[in-house]
Design a protein around this ligand. Sequence first.
Ligand code: DX5
Ligand code: ZN
Length: 214
Amino acid sequence: MTRRIAPSVLAADFGRLREQVEQVVGAGARVIHVDVMDGHFVPPLSMGPQVVSALRGVEGITLDVHLMVERPERHVDAFADAGADSISIHAEATPHVHYALQAVRDAGCRAGLAVNPATPLEVFGEVEVDQALCMTVNPGWGGQAFIPASLDRIARLRALIGDGPDLIVDGGIDAATAGPCADAGATLFVAGTAIFSEPDPVAAYARIAAAAGA
Ligand code: DX5
Ligand code: ZN
């Protein structure tokens, strides 16, 4: 399966958001990851559908929305209307996981299910997903260190979902961690700090892409 890097705009300079996104698109990025935090499921607040709308006009990209919000099913339509192409909801954030994934598909988006580092993976045996998001840090903040036990989880998650869906790794992904994640079965590599906090985001993108085999 094709491997791709998804720069996370959480680490971008929001005063130059579109310019920074166009820069990584110039480097080869075709997926942009948008982290939505509600101050409840995770402590911080981050951004809403307006940021998705602001980026929908960028040529040649898909917008991958990661909802770190409680009761995500209540917000799916707002993000789909804003221009999301894929939406991941958290298994821990709703008692209605199947319903929420169906709501994402009904809204015309690819449906993703995300899990925190301590969440059992068995739920992936109960639902169909277009993409599975394995948190490789605790959600809520950029710039954290990759949790090494994630590699075993990635391999088990790949076995559970089969070859079809994308397997997204999110948190602490850089040129050192991307390769082992790829070997374990990851296909979509979210990277924020390792791209946008570097002096040369284009070169940083290229290093991670090479390490991931993207
Ligand atoms: C963390 C977010 C990540 C975050 C990753 O809660 O889901 O997408 O942007 O940031 P880095 O790449 O800095 O670990
Ligand atoms: Zn994310």
